[in-house]
Every structure is written in structure tokens, then in C-alpha cells.
Design a protein around this ligand. Structure first.
Ligand SMILES: NC(=O)c1ccc[n+]([C@@H]2O[C@H](COP(=O)([O-])OP(=O)(O)OC[C@H]3O[C@@H](n4cnc5c(N)ncnc54)[C@H](OP(=O)(O)O)[C@@H]3O)[C@@H](O)[C@H]2O)c1
Length: 302
């Protein structure tokens, strides 16, 4: 099958189109013919070698975890899904490829495009896991630092649907879009504590940092305690006494169903910022790495 792999750590140029053997569904797994694969910052962090201590890889390796496609193999013990069904979920094999094996997936709603579905698994799971760890409830005021990215927009809409008031930081060009999602926006950077006090005189109950760009001291000051702050991306979390969560500690797979429910009720959308062919994966990762993507980058595989 066609895939994109890297044989050494490095820049986007190490990603190369290749032909590799197809994976097959084992017990408890399905295989899909991939229609679209999502690109996540994790993909280029792994490719760059920055994660090699935490996640040692055997090279060559194929990046990617988010896929959407048509089921073409159903492994022993799997029920409730059949060949020909349209699904999206987490690839346990490799995402940037024509076929992928999945254990955790959900049915793709007919009105959701392949590209939208392929952009959802990682961000929906991270958003739900983070909101649950923070204990965000109806009536809370939650601040999402980095709200215009994939995880940020998803967390904001899920928190909003759960009855929370959502504040968020983003570049000014994204503020009108965020207001339409029900988020009260402000800018990130120096002066954040005062700006948040201005837009939320009653304070902030919880703060979720999805940007990982050094805002934790401000978020602690805003909420009054590191216990009410959670980051998914700041490597300095421990030195600030802030919890950091990662999928390696256990994933909230039910997030896929929650995102689908909200999508079907018209309470959730995540725009596809740009689509690419599979062999343009290097370009897609380079854009992701630039750090200001507004929505999802998706590879069209078939
Ligand atoms: N631990 C986990 O489980 C987990 C899971 C998923 C993702 N992650 C990590 O979470 C991070 C976000 O992922 P993503 O998929 O949401 O990325 P993304 O879609 O690429 O989002 C990038 C966003 O970051 C914003 N941004 C850039 N600089 C910022 C700053 N200084 N302060 C606040 N926001 C800033 C940009 O907003 P503007 O364009 O408005 O400037 C942009 O919208 C990545 O580091 C990723 O690896 C962790």
C-alpha cells in the first residue's frame, strides 16, 4: 500500500512516499480503507526526534493516528460494525497510509465529511479528557489558553455544551470567529491577567492550557491555585505545580461519541483549514509546525 514514512529524525523533508505491506485486523480490531488522515502537532514532534526519549520508535516509522475510512476487515470478537461501514477513530497501526487498523472508533455521521471526521479523534479525546480532569461543570467559568487551535476550539464547544461560560485566548484575527462559537476572546501574551479580569470580573473557575507557550504562571494567578490549571502541552508544568495530561496516561475514547452527539445537534463544528494529498504530508506538517493553524489540516488518501 501507499504510505508516507520517515527513516531518520529531522525536518519535514525526511517524510517520503513509500510502498509498504498492508496491516490486517487482529482480534478486537477492524481495518479501514483510509479516505482521510488528520495531521496533529504530535506527528511532527515525533518526526523531529523531540519525543524520542518519551516515545522511542523503531525507524523507519509512519506517522499519524487520526483516520476516517470504510471498514474492509473485521477481526474476531468485534461486534456492532461491518464491512462497508463508515467510521473514524484512532489508528493503532499508522495513519498516513492507505489502510489502517483501529481498536477505538465511532460511526461517521452521514453529514460529516471524511476530512472533518479525520480531524476529530485526537482533539476530541484530548478536549474531553482535559475538561473531565479539571472537573468543568455547568455554571463554571473556564479559560482556554490557545482556544483557536484544534484542541482549543473543541474544548471550548464541549465546555459550552456542558453549560460552562468559556473565555479563551487567541490571535486578534480569530476573535470574531470565536465569538460566533460562544467564546469570549482575549489576546494571549503580556498583560493576560488584567485582560481576563476585565472580561470576567467574577473570576475564572478553571484554566486549560492547550498552547504550552509559558502562560502557566498567569493562569495560576487568574484561577488562584495551580490545582485549577491543567496543561496538555507545557513541558514546565511540574515546576509550576500544574498537572500535565497526556494520552499515554489513558485515553477518554468515549469522547468520539460525545463529539458526534454535539455535531448531530448542530452544537459542534471544527473547520478543515486545508487539505493535502498523501504525498504532500511534509507540506502539511510544516504548516502545522508554524503554530497558527485555525482548524484542522487533513491528508486526502483516497
Ligand atoms: N497532551 C495531550 O494529550 C495532547 C493531545 C493533543 C494535542 N496536544 C498538544 O496540544 C497543543 C495544541 O494542539 P492543537 O492540535 O490544538 O494545535 P493547533 O491546532 O496547531 O493549534 C495551534 C494554535 O495555537 C495558538 N497559539 C500559538 N501561539 C500561542 C500562544 N503563545 N498562546 C496561545 N495560543 C497560541 C494559535 O492561535 P492563533 O492562530 O490565534 O495565534 C493556533 O490556533 C500541541 O502542542 C499538541 O502537541 C497534546
Amino acid at each position: 500500500m501507499r504510505a508516507v514514512q520517515f527513516a531518520e529524525y529531522g525536518g519535514p523533508e525526511v517524510l517520503q512516499p513509500v510502498e509498504v505491506p498492508e496491516p490486517h485486523a487482529g482480534p478486537g480490531q477492524i481495518r479501514v480503507a483510509v479516505r482521510a488522515a488528520g495531521v496533529n502537532p504530535m506527528d511532527w514532534k515525533v518526526r523531529s526526534g523531540a519525543m524520542r526519549r518519551m516515545m522511542p520508535l523503531t525507524l523507519p516509522a509512519i506517522p499519524g493516528i487520526d483516520v476516517a475510512g470504510v471498514v474492509d476487515e473485521v477481526g474476531a470478537g468485534v461486534t456492532g460494525v461491518g464491512v462497508g461501514d463508515e467510521v473514524f477513530g484512532f489508528a493503532t497501526s499508522d495513519g498516513y497510509a492507505e489502510y489502517a487498523v483501529l481498536e477505538h472508533f465511532a460511526a461517521k455521521p452521514p453529514k460529516m465529511s471524511w476530512e472533518e471526521a479525520a480531524g476529530l479523534p485526537v482533539v476530541a479525546e484530548a478536549a474531553v479528557r482535559s475538561l473531565d480532569l479539571l472537573g468543568v461543570r455547568e455554571g463554571d467559568i473556564v479559560l482556554v489558553n490557545g482556544v483557536s487551535g484544534g484542541v482549543g476550539q473543541t474544548a471550548a464547544q464541549i465546555a459550552h455544551a456542558r453549560g460552562a461560560t468559556v473565555l479563551g485566548t487567541a490571535g486578534p484575527a480569530n476573535h470574531d470567529y470565536l465569538r460566533a462559537l460562544g467564546v469570549t476572546p482575549t489576546s494571549y501574551g503580556p498583560g493576560l491577567v488584567d485582560r481576563v479580569r476585565d472580561i470576567s470580573p467574577d473570576g475564572v473557575d478553571e484554566a486549560l492550557d492547550v498552547a504550552g507557550k509559558g502562560a502557566l504562571p498567569d493562569l495560576i494567578e487568574i484561577t488562584g491555585t495551580p490545582d485549577k490549571v491543567l496543561t496538555i502541552a507545557d513541558p514546565d508544568a511540574q515546576q509550576h505545580g500544574v498537572r500535565m495530561t497526556s494520552g499515554a496516561q489513558g485515553r477518554s475514547y468515549q469522547a468520539l461519541d460525545e463529539a458526534v452527539r454535539l455535531f448531530e445537534r448542530g452544537e459542534f463544528k471544527l473547520p478543515v483549514a486545508q487539505t493535502f494529498n498523501l504525498d504532500q504530508a511534509a507540506e502539511a506538517q510544516e504548516i502545522s509546525q508554524s503554530g497558527h493553524v485555525h482548524g484542522k489540516l487533513v491528508l486526502r488518501v483516497a
